[in-house]
Write a protein of this length. Sequence first.
Length: 271
Amino acid sequence: MTDPLHAELLGLAREAAHRAGELLRDGRPADLAVAATKSSPIDVVTEMDIAAEKLITALIAERRPDDGFLGEEGASTDGSSGVRWVIDPLDGTVNYLYGLPTWAVSIAAEQDGETVVGAVSAPLRGETYHAMRGGGAWATGAWEGERRLTCRPAPPLDQALVSTGFNYVAGVRTHQAEVAHRLIPLVRDIRRGGSAAVDLCDVAAGRLDGYYERGLHPWDLAAGDLIAREAGALTGGRPGERPSWGLTVAATPGVFEPLQTLLEDFGAWHD
């Protein structure tokens, strides 16, 4: 039976992601510029990141004023309801800045510390993805109606298509390149899309066999992690650990364990 609260939260997450996605798609100024930087001069924030987060938090706060927030662009309140929203208003900001299509709005809701719903809107793909804990993962797109997402059957690791991402701090990125250099001969190929949320949804949709990255924040992965798991993928960090800043791994069963083992051996993680 569907939990009425979770259904409410999912509906709100989907509405907020859709509205923010429309704002970002239709409101992008031709002269879009960097508004601020984060971890390094190339880790950027635009005025549209900030505007999208304001739209999302205002909408949710109007409907559920007692909920908490954790947002990439500064939204952080504890709330008193036991529900916290984890928001990335624009995942893939550099892609967005350059006019590349791989970017998304990612919104998850936690109840008592556990992610219970997630929604990811990728407007330039014309696709949205969503999941409720225990209810499967679903997507809408160019096809008619909603499509249930299922990760791919597991291939041998040497036939697995794997995606990753790179940090904006030069020293970290150099180490990540070394890990990728060691991994490439052992898999079919590696992709780098530029949006963790989209990569996790692509694992869910069967477009990737696996994905890994070091340095993700909760807002980068909360919604996509739930969507991937509800599509049948396995997710984690280092062996026996949950996805974290140190390492996030998501893959179809059969690929997950050998990929995670290699990443552990290669030192892809970071405390």
